[in-house]
Structure formats: C-alpha cells, structure tokens
Design a protein around this ligand. Structure first.
Ligand code: SAH
Length: 374
C-alpha cells in the first residue's frame, strides 16, 4: 500500500484537530488569522513549540486566554512517538520513531568535538533503488509530513544534553522527492524563532533530481550534498538509477547553478567507496575532471555492508590512495568515519519498518549514518 501524497496529519493524528507541528511560520500565521487572531501569535506559537518545546497551550503565557481556549478546541501539538532510544558506545545515538500504520523511521545523532549532527529521514522507504543502499530494499512507502520531519529534530533537541548544531537530511528517503514538506521543515530549522540553524548547518542530500534541484535553488539557500558515487554515466546508471533520467551533463551544471556564484559555498559530493567498482586511480582522475569548474568538496564514504549485498568496501589503503589523488588535484576530500556500528547506525543502512509492504529483499532491523563531515 502506498501512501504517497497522503494528508500530512494521517501519520501522527487520528483526530480532526490541526497538528501545529505541520506548520511553518507562514502557515502558522495564516492559521491564527483564520481563527481571528493577529499574525504575531503565529510567531509566538512557533517559538513556544520549537524553541521552548512546549506542547501544552495553557503553558503559553503570552497568548491570550481566549485564543488558547480556541486553540485547544481546534488544534494540537503532536510529536512523533519514540519507541526506541539507544545510545552507542561511541556517543552516537539512535531513535526509532513510530509514525502510525506500523511505519517507523530512524534518526541518528552524531556528537563530535564542537558540534552535534542530527541525521534525519524524509520518507518511509525510498523509491530510487540505488544498488548499494539498504533502504532501497524495502521499497517506497510514503512521504513524511512536515510534523514527522521537524519532529525528529524536536525530539532530539529535547532528549540530548548536547545541542544539535547541524542537521543533515541523509537518513531514509530522497528529500527532494518530498519537496514541499522538506522545504517547510527546513525553514523551521533555519527560523530565528525555532532552531536558528544557519544555511551552512542544514544540509540536504540528494541523488540528483535535477528539476527539483532547480526549484530548490529558488526557495532555499541550504547546503547541498549530492550522491555522486561514479565519475561517468555508464557506472552511475548502475549505482544510482535516477542517473538514467538526469545524467551527469544535466546534474553537474544544475549543482553549479545552485551555488549562485556565492564563493563561500561548495557542493559536497558523496562518493561511496566500493571495492573494484568505483575506486581505481583512473576513476579518481575522471572524477577530478568531472568536478573541474565546480566549487567542490568530496566526502568518501566507506561502504557499509548489509545482509544480501554483493558489494564490499574498498580497503582503507585504497580509500587513502583515492583521496590523495583528489587532494593533489586541489579538491578538499574527507573520509567519513563510520560511527554507531554497535547500534546499526552507519550510513546507508537505514531501513526502518514498514507495514503493508512486501520488501524487495532482506533488510536488517537497524538504521545508520556515518560520521558526517560536511
Ligand atoms: N536519498 C538521499 C539520501 C540518502 S542517504 C541521497 O541519495 O543523497 C545519504 C548517503 O548515504 C547517500 O550518499 C547514500 O548514497 C549513502 N549510502 C547509501 N547506502 C550506503 C551504504 N550502504 N554505505 C555507505 N553509504 C551509503
């Protein structure tokens, strides 16, 4: 059963009340105006919910009592239900959130010195079918609502003692295939009334849906990470099948345009290191040529295996050699450390759980994200 495009509320709420977690600032202002109140109450509501974590209207002391009463009748603030909360030995932390209809998604917090990165999901499952990704094996179930996306940050911000300084949309799903909800949720992340994250601290990771990228450039200035994984179309067609629709000659210029001439910005290219597949010196050279003229940094991700996969990660020596080639050509290159392995929380292993959906293959009951060094 596919729920694509299902109304936002269905996942979190079984009542007729509007879930205010689904509303960004503009929507919140419009909503209070509909109730006959001044738009600034919308700002107050956003602040109470996201900055202060308050979900009880009665505790919102600067909102008039009559409006609070009205809100109680027609609205609610419903956050995702955490069914699993597990710390890893290395400080990584994973939550599994229950979304209704048996659907679950996973969120991972990765603390490092001076920063705390939260990796969040945007869909239950994924339709893109990248050959090395375990989320692909469960197929696509549905888009997350704004409430479910921002709810992951709401939960992490309340439960962690360390602040969330960075958010990466690198969990389950293709964020740009759930465009409107993702853009709304990111605007809440960036809002001064809510999480106050700068455009450099919110990163959206995409497989490269070119028309959506162009649209994103018009409405958002967040940081872009692109799952490249291959230096030529023939190989990328195999690894990231969406490449057949939007090949490199469309993708690369669209990414360059995204930067809009801002010299402080760079595209982060993600490149999973697959033994004997995309990790040769020749391919490193091809990659250098491909990225010429685009302000870039490259994140090499050691492949994280999962049951049933035919791939293996490149050896640490090969990854180092590949990285050296790129560095010598002047491309800033980092190797992502794998973290949270003991709790199945490393990159590309996010699988969640989906009801009413026959899985495409074996899927471990775990999640994962690597160490994000955007
Ligand atoms: N749909 C988005 C987000 C995917 S997850 C995208 O394609 O960018 C974030 C990153 O993890 C992507 O670069 C993805 O290609 C990578 N990834 C997926 N499976 C992996 C695995 N098994 N090992 C390492 N990285 C993986």
């Amino acid at each position: 059963m596919v729920y694509a495009g299902a109304p936002a509320e269905t996942a979190l709420s079984d009542s007729d009340k509007i879930n205010l977690m689904n509303l960004d600032l503009k929507a919140m202002e419009a909503f209070v105006q509909e109730l006959g109140a001044k738009p600034f109450h919308g700002r107050n509501l956003l602040k109470w919910i996201h900055r202060h974590g308050v979900v009880d209207f009665n505790a919102m002391t600067d909102i008039a009592k009559s409006l609070r009463e009205r809100l109680t009748q027609v609205a609610e603030i419903r956050v995702p239900e955490v069914v699993f909360d597990q710390p890893s030995r290395d400080g990584t932390h994973k939550w599994v959130m229950q979304l209704g209809c048996g659907n679950r998604v996973e969120t991972v917090f990765i603390p490092e010195t001076g920063r705390g990165t939260l990796c969040i999901s945007s869909q239950v499952g994924c339709s893109l079918n990248c050959s090395f990704c375990s989320t692909a094996q469960q197929g696509f179930n549905r888009n997350l609502s704004v409430a479910e996306i921002i709810g992951q940050l709401w939960v992490a911000a309340r439960r962690m003692h360390k602040p969330v300084t960075n958010v990466v949309l690198m969990g389950m799903g293709e964020p740009l295939a759930n465009f409107d909800a993702v853009v709304s949720a990111m605007s809440i992340m960036q809002s001064d009334l809510a999480y106050m994250l700068s455009k450099y601290r919110v990163t959206v990771s995409t497989s490269g849906i070119v028309p959506a990228l162009k649209k994103l450039a018009e409405v958002s200035d967040v940081t872009l990470a692109v799952s490249l994984h291959a230096p030529d179309n023939a190989l990328r067609d195999q690894l990231v099948p969406i490449n057949r629709k939007y090949p490199l000659e469309q993708l690369i210029p669209a990414c360059r345009d995204f930067l809009n001439g801002d010299r402080r910005r760079k595209i982060t290219w993600e490149y999973v290191m697959l033994d004997g597949v995309n990790d040769s010196d020749r391919q490193a050279k091809q990659l250098v040529r491909l990225l010429q003229g685009t302000p870039s940094k490259v994140n090499l991700i050691p492949f994280n295996p999962f049951p049933g996969t035919g791939y293996r990660s490149s050896s640490p020596e090969r990854i180092l050699a590949f990285r050296d080639r790129l560095m010598r050509a002047g491309i800033m290159t980092m190797t992502r450390k794998t973290r949270g392995e003991d709790i199945a929380a490393a990159c590309g292993q996010l699988v969640g759980r989906v009801q009413d959906r026959s899985r495409r293959g074996l899927a471990p009951a775990g999640a994962s994200v690597g160490d994000i060094q955007a």
